[in-house]
Design a protein around this ligand. Structure first.
Ligand SMILES: [Zn+2]
Ligand SMILES: [Zn+2]
Length: 205
């Protein structure tokens, strides 16, 4: 064979490789998880829009669903709260593969924590899993929506498999029954690297 033929074959090979790469990228894109924002009917549209647009800055593949009522079995009448564990169980059942649902509410939510039967929380999520919830109820009035976003992104982090993080400024910091969200500024490098592998986008790490 003449060297020209080798060159020709080489070009075909490169072309075939680049096609399969493109195909793989398309498949990956198709398989990428979609975050479904599920507001409950109590939530105002301002909070919903703010949290959604902040999530989109780091995870663009987001869809907002129509607002719904809480599942009846989640209501805890004694304290006028909704059981976060029941709610995420419900959301998880409604969520198909390659989707993750985050419930957003301004109502108080709670879970059983050790010996405390009904402990009020700001959020709860499976780690890893397809569902989580964030509540605005326990947040400071003056910058509630900003804090609300931080709770939401923390719970979404759990659904991706992230554990609590020792970094004080990281969104994955353990609340330990308090609200430290004003000290949190971003995901730390380690948590970002973990999320980048799950298709999350960050301007810097
Ligand atoms: Zn957590
Ligand atoms: Zn971290």
């Amino acid at each position: 064979m003449k060297s020209n033929n080798y060159c020709f074959l080489f070009i075909i090979l490169i072309f075939a490789l680049s096609c399969s790469e493109k195909k793989q990228a398309a498949v990956k894109e198709k398989q990428a998880t979609t975050v479904l924002v599920q507001p409950f009917k109590d939530l105002n549209s301002e909070s919903l829009n703010f949290v959604t647009s902040e999530i989109k800055k780091i995870y663009p593949n987001v869809k907002v669903l129509e607002a719904i009522d809480f599942p009846e079995n989640a209501y805890y009448e004694e304290r006028n709260r909704y059981r976060a564990d029941s709610v995420i169980k419900f959301l998880n059942k409604e969520t198909k593969e390659r989707f993750v649902t985050i419930g957003l509410t301004s109502k108080d939510i709670s879970v059983t924590k050790g010996k405390i039967k009904d402990f009020g929380v700001m959020g709860l999520g499976y780690r890893p899993g397809k569902a989580c919830i964030a509540s605005k109820f326990r947040l400071n009035k003056k910058n509630a929506d900003e804090q609300f976003f931080k709770i939401a992104i923390h719970e979404l982090g759990h659904t991706q498999g992230l554990k609590h993080c020792p970094e004080k400024t990281c969104f994955m910091r353990d609340a330990e029954g308090k609200n430290h969200t004003d000290e949190e500024t971003d995901f730390c490098k380690k948590c970002k690297t973990f999320l980048i592998n799950k298709n999350w986008k960050f301007k810097s790490i």
